[in-house]
Design a protein around this ligand. Structure first.
Ligand code: PGA
Length: 248
């Protein structure tokens, strides 16, 4: 089964009503390929707003985080049920900014992943190594550890998209080379074969994130294990449409 190309736009803590509406309207006006799944992740406050303005059938909305418990006394958190209530279908979990700045552990990310999946959201599961881990030759060890924490809790990976995002490439303008990214993606898929079986490993999308832009996106074409992108900065700009079209 061919894996459907997947492009996510992570707005991070950016945008106000007007700019988010403008981005959504730009997507509405664009001619988007029907063979690419596109998901945009505005800040939680604007999920409803983005969904209200979205008119493109191939674009869905994601939250940037969710909690591992149902609605209740958890001040400041966002429930999966609330995310679904405003029409969003996905959540980004384990982003390195949350792992490093908010101190989220592998175990907590895994717990949130399980809860989101069990309650009907798709999960864009972010993994990736720090620069010092890469320099120490620990990239594969780190991403495998991050995956294994989820494997311990989740057996069905059909609603997970893995986003490999080397932390040193995020927001730096220094994207991984297609060769380096492909090598890590292939290693991730090899590990998936071992921990969730060959069929699920073959079907799981592994997308690349870290300084992807309208200019470099096409350079990843031909990398057999790169099934799309998770885009930060460039998802706020018109070039996001070029990234969506990179595989055409
Ligand atoms: P960037 O961010 O595209 O701005 O590097 C990617 C991400 O953090 O998902």
């Amino acid at each position: 089964m061919a894996r459907t190309f997947f492009v996510g736009g992570n707005f991070k803590m950016n945008g106000l009503k007007e700019s988010i509406k403008a981005i959504v309207e730009q997507l509405n006006a664009a001619e988007l390929p029907s063979n690419v799944e596109v998901v945009i992740a505005p800040p939680a406050l604007y999920l409803d707003w983005a969904q209200t303005h979205l008119k493109q059938a191939t674009v869905e909305i994601a939250a940037q985080n969710s909690f591992d418990k149902n609605t209740g006394a958890y001040t400041g958190e966002v429930a999966v049920e609330q995310i679904k209530d405003v029409g969003a279908k996905w959540v980004i979990l384990g982003h390195s900014e949350r792992r490093t700045i908010l101190n989220e552990t592998d175990e907590f990310v895994a717990s949130k992943t399980k809860f989101a999946l069990d309650n009907g959201l798709g999960v864009i599961l972010c993994i990736g190594e720090l620069l010092e881990e890469r320099d120490a030759g620990k990239t594969i060890e780190v991403v495998n550890r991050q995956i294994d924490a989820v494997v311990e809790k989740v057996k069905d990976w059909s609603n997970i998209v893995i986003a490999y995002e080397p932390v040193w490439a995020i927001g730096t303008g220094l994207a991984a080379t297609p060769e380096d990214a492909q090598a890590v993606h292939a290693a991730i898929r090899k590990h998936l074969v071992e921990v969730i079986g060959a069929e699920q490993a073959e079907n799981t999308r592994i997308i690349y994130g870290g300084s992807v832009n309208g200019k470099n996106a096409k350079s990843f074409n031909g990398a057999a294990d790169i099934d799309g992108f998770l885009v930060g900065g460039a998802s706020l700009k018109p070039e996001f449409v070029d990234i969506i079209n990179a595989r055409q």
